[in-house]
Design a protein around this ligand. Structure first.
Ligand SMILES: CC[C@@H](C(=O)O)C(=O)SCCNC(=O)CCNC(=O)[C@H](O)C(C)(C)COP(=O)(O)OP(=O)(O)OC[C@H]1O[C@@H](n2cnc3c(N)ncnc32)[C@H](O)[C@@H]1OP(=O)(O)O
Length: 253
């Protein structure tokens, strides 16, 4: 199984479990994330969604390039990108607070998943980045749009996207991408982070999320996310992208 879903006393934990691929997202992971979101919609007792990766090396390394490099045309790319884009939009607009428990590297689409969450708890020794530019594409799951909404200074957000490199945890905290840094056990870090929130009635959490989501509706978030995905799909079919992916896939051979 490429993922685990665990309801731990109202905290739904979704863990990507593909350590050999640094927790890259394939179709199975997408379906799993969809299942977790549907579960939350159907179960009022769930109060938080936590997304994390198994092991210590990676939170998520983005889309699985060994599978997705088989998609060549703009339309083929759009089909995959928009599938995950819809799932992330559903995650970002959930009624419960969402937490990315960033246990290891979060790069490419992995950084987008973390950015789609309300909070990012980041292990102090990891690196994360919107490295898509090194593959001659842009963020293809809507992560750029979420980044611009996360309250980072505009120049910091834009630089993070166009630098296309991984930042260390201290810098991520400094620019406001990381909500908090932790050392040691991720479970303990999570417990500490939600300790106060747990004592607050869930209707209060939901009310604040509704306020945020109303603002997003007014700002046409859905349309902006879909436009971002369309832009990435266009770049996907370029020779520059294909060559960059081939270089990545050949590097360990
Ligand atoms: C498709 C959507 C698009 C988006 O919208 O953003 C994307 O996500 S594009 C994909 C962006 N991701 C990448 O470019 C992957 C970058 N990966 C890395 O930089 C590194 O792997 C890492 C995450 C920093 C971890 O580094 P390290 O611990 O040194 O591991 P290795 O690099 O040696 O990798 C181990 C193993 O895993 C395979 N791997 C890693 N990432 C992916 C991936 N995204 N897809 C497929 N496979 C991946 C890597 O090839 C190695 O395999 P083996 O050589 O067979 O062991």
């Amino acid at each position: 199984m490429a993922y685990q879903i665990e309801n731990n006393d109202g905290i739904l934990i979704f863990t990507i479990d593909r350590q050999d691929k640094r927790n890259a997202v394939n179709d199975e992971v997408m379906e799993g994330l969809k299942e977790a979101i549907t579960y939350i919609k159907d179960h009022q007792d769930v109060r938080f969604l936590v997304v994390t990766g198994s092991g210590e090396k990676a939170f998520c390394s983005g889309g699985d390039l060994s599978e997705f490099h088989l998609l060549h045309t703009e339309d083929e790319a759009f089909s995959m990108l928009s599938k995950m884009g819809h799932i992330l939009y559903d995650l970002a607009t959930l009624r419960v607070p969402t937490i990315a428990l960033v246990n290891g590297a979060a790069v490419g689409g992995g950084c987008e998943i973390a950015t789609a969450c309300d909070f990012r708890l980041v292990a102090s020794d990891v690196q994360c980045g919107f490295i898509q530019g090194t593959l001659s594409i842009t963020s293809g799951w809507g992560g750029g749009t979420y980044l611009f909404e996360r309250g980072l200074r505009h120049d910091h957000a834009l630089k993070m996207l166009i630098d296309a490199k991984s930042y260390d945890a201290n810098l991520l905290y400094e620019i406001g991408w990381a909500t908090d840094l932790f050392e040691g056990s991720k479970e303990q870090a999570l417990e500490k982070f939600i300790a106060n929130m747990r004592g607050i009635h869930p209707s209060v959490h939901q009310a604040y999320k509704e306020i945020q989501l109303r603002k997003w509706k007014e700002k046409n978030m859905y349309e902006r996310v879909m436009e971002e995905i369309r832009l990435c799909a266009k770049l996907w079919e370029s020779d520059a992208h294909n060559e960059a992916v081939q270089r990545f896939l050949n590097k360990s051979k």
